[in-house]
Design a protein around this ligand. Structure first.
Ligand SMILES: Nc1nc2c(ncn2[C@@H]2O[C@H](COP(=O)(O)OP(=O)(O)OP(=O)(O)O)[C@@H](O)[C@H]2O)c(=O)[nH]1
Ligand SMILES: [Mg+2]
Length: 306
């Protein structure tokens, strides 16, 4: 290594930061806000994120690779066990951990910090930054101060910061706090890059987001999306076909809707969002497939990229 490289190496910081917390805390909203683009899907329903979504922040001499993770729960299905595996692995690979709590659901520490969440926290010695999210739902920051004090007395977290991931309050000031825990290192990725996940992944997530938003009860949870074809046609339009996988034949009727209206609506909304994401015209075809008990079938889960 020559002298110039040594200087460059000393000047940059880079590292991995896992974003963890219970479902619906606002983890994906926060990552999207920091990166400045929608990488991870967000819905009002819990357990929206199922895989680990990578978001790369590169500014000046700092690169932070954020790992958005599924909400921490007590897993019931094989799929949820794999999801919790992503959380543990992300924490293990991180230089610091962001722990989000949802202020609107928080009453006291014991009831909010479930066994599963506490377990993940206890297993790691990595620096932990507690983010009290959704402060926009409170009138005054003063109202949050007693909570900050009570949590700080527990000595579990290295920093405690109230934020609003949605409105961006305090989000920029997170960066210097995270930087404290990053090693001197060269960048891991090209600073132009925002993620490493393939476009097929984002396309399937965009469709799944529509399913989550459009259907009630168990439908979003028993649905998976598999992109089957993804190719450019001669006229410059992309052709994408995807399967909406459901668990039971009886769910087909609900997904398709009266005279196919619901499926058509999902298709149109997804197509528009995909076109915006890829910045190119798209022809999208959706098919509904039944794969019984796919959430407990390891082979099938593997084929869906879990
Ligand atoms: N008012 C308010 N709502 C927020 C804030 N951050 C997130 N939300 C909302 O909370 C809901 C869940 O947000 P997500 O970002 O999907 O939460 P998540 O932690 O990624 O959830 P999972 O992927 O299910 O674990 C959405 O409706 C968001 O709009 C915030 O700062 N203030
Ligand atoms: Mg999420």
């Amino acid at each position: 290594m020559n002298k110039t490289n040594e200087v460059a190496l000393a000047k940059t910081k880079a590292g991995y930061v896992a974003i963890i917390g219970k479902p619906n805390a606002g983890k994906s909203t926060l990552m999207n806000k920091i990166i400045g683009t929608k990488l991870s899907i967000v819905t009002p329903k819990p357990q929206t994120t199922r895989k680990r979504v990578l978001g790369i922040y590169s500014e000046n001499n700092t690169q932070i690779v954020f790992l958005d993770t599924p909400g921490i729960i007590n897993p019931r299905y094989e799929m949820q066990k794999t999801m919790m595996g992503y959380v543990v692995k992300s924490v293990e690979e991180s230089d610091a951990v962001l722990v989000l709590i949802d202020l609107t659901k928080f009453e006291d520490f014991e009831s909010y910090f479930s066994l599963e969440l506490t377990d993940v926290l206890k297993k790691t010695k990595k620096p932990k930054i507690l983010l009290i999210n959704k402060i926009d739902t409170f009138k005054e920051i003063k109202e949050v101060l007693p909570l900050i004090k009570s949590i700080s007395d527990l000595n579990l977290f290295d920093d405690i910061i109230p934020i609003s991931a949605l409105k961006g309050e305090n989000v920029k000031s997170l960066i210097p706090t995270i930087e404290k825990y990053l090693p001197n290192s060269e960048f891991y990725y090209d600073p132009e890059l925002l993620s490493t996940q393939p476009e097929r992944f984002f396309v399937s997530e965009i469709i799944r987001e529509q399913v989550f938003i459009s259907y009630a009860k168990e439908i979003p949870y028993s649905t998976e999306i598999a992109v089957v074809e993804f190719k450019e046609r001669e006229n410059g339009k992309w052709y994408i076909s995807a399967e909406i996988i459901i668990e039971r034949g009886t769910q087909k009727r609900i997904i398709i809707g009266e005279k196919g209206a619901k499926l058509k609506e999902i298709g149109e909304k997804s197509r528009k969002a995909i076109e915006e994401h890829l910045d190119t015209p798209v022809y999208l075809e959706l098919f509904v497939k039944v794969r019984e008990k796919w959430r407990d079938n390891t082979g099938m889960l593997k084929s869906f990229g879990y």
